[in-house]
Design a protein around this ligand. Structure first.
Ligand SMILES: Nc1nc2c(ncn2[C@@H]2O[C@H](COP(=O)(O)OP(=O)(O)OP(=O)(O)O)[C@@H](O)[C@H]2O)c(=O)[nH]1
Ligand SMILES: [Mg+2]
Length: 288
């Protein structure tokens, strides 16, 4: 029944307590991804240099912090397609993108000193498309003149540039000075907790029922759209399936409304979630 919706990330592992949180560090070239990885690991594990394109491979390092296991993957910087000329660079980018398929969360590193660019947003978009939770890290905050721009202004700019990721946390950091590196782990654990959550069918159905009663979907060719039953079919990210009479008639804005209701009533404030619709006939009508 649910096979078509299972994410490949979820089926291999159960909710065992010793599970590893897998993190991909992604971003444009030279934004400080490798510096951040070294800072987190507390050693010069990967090569850092001011030459853009230093990291070529996706480098996995497992580590443990406060009894939680993590795997962190340093990746190659991702430039805009039109500017990628060399085959080697193309391969590096493919590897970086592939690492997102193995990861739960993407740490999207942005060079705050250069400001937020379209490319930063498309990179976050790749992670989102692959079902990763995202955390924005505005790095090199030590270089930013604080009298010119405040962190709030930066984050506001980011919010308006990446509306589709308005639930993703964002903080200013410095891989160089270590500013707010511990805070990153608070966020990682919080986002992952939501990312891996399971919501029971009972409460979930009550949320949907209440939402539909409060705000009915518009009619489909004169007929009511009915929501029969909703269940969570997978996690990482939390994925819900609602059985309805006219799945294709549910407007995208109504789907968004239902998703917002699920989010706000279950506290899923920082994780991506998915909601699918599937057809189920009305029993009373179909038995006639
Ligand atoms: N001032 C300052 N410099 C930083 C910070 N983080 C990284 N840098 C510098 O930025 C340059 C690039 O750092 P890397 O860590 O190699 O960047 P990267 O994103 O891994 O780069 P690629 O692997 O080439 O994509 C280096 O000169 C770092 O010393 C920071 O927080 N503050
Ligand atoms: Mg690097």
């Amino acid at each position: 029944l649910t096979a078509g919706f299972q994410s490949r990330k979820t089926d291999a592992e159960s909710d065992s307590p010793d599970e590893t949180i897998r993190l991909a560090v992604i971003g444009r070239p030279n934004v400080g991804k490798s510096s951040l990885v070294n800072r987190i690991l507390g050693e010069e594990r990967v090569v850092v240099s001011q030459v853009p394109g230093t990291t070529r491979d996706a480098i996995d390092t497992p580590f443990q912090f406060n009894e939680q296991k993590y795997l962190i993957i340093d990746t190659a910087g991702i430039r805009r397609k039109g500017k990628v000329h060399q085959r080697l660079e193309k391969f590096s980018i493919i590897k970086a993108l592939r690492s997102l398929d193995r990861c739960h969360l993407a740490l999207v590193v942005i060079d705050a000193d250069e400001g937020i660019t379209d490319q930063d947003i498309s990179i976050a978009g790749y992670a989102h498309e692959r079902g990763c939770g995202c955390i924005f890290l505005l790095n090199k905050w030590d270089l930013v003149k604080k009298d010119t721009y405040t962190a709030d202004q930066y984050i506001e700019n980011l919010r308006s540039a990446a509306k589709f990721l308005n639930f993703a946390p964002a903080i200013t950091i410095s891989a160089k000075t270590g500013l707010r590196i511990r805070k990153i782990f608070t966020l990682i654990n919080k986002v992952y907790g939501q990312y891996a959550v399971r919501i029971d069918t009972g409460p979930l159905n009550r949320i949907i029922e209440r939402a539909v009663t409060r705000n009915e979907p518009s009619l489909h060719r004169g007929r009511r759209i009915k929501f029969y039953y909703t269940t969570q079919i997978s996690t990482r990210p939390p994925t819900f399936l609602a059985f309805v009479n006219y799945p294709n008639a549910v407007h995208f804005s109504y789907r968004r409304y239902l998703m917002n209701q699920i989010r706000s009533e279950t506290g899923l404030t920082h994780t991506p979630i998915r909601l699918y619709f599937r057809k189920r006939g009305d029993r009373r009508n179909s038995s006639k």
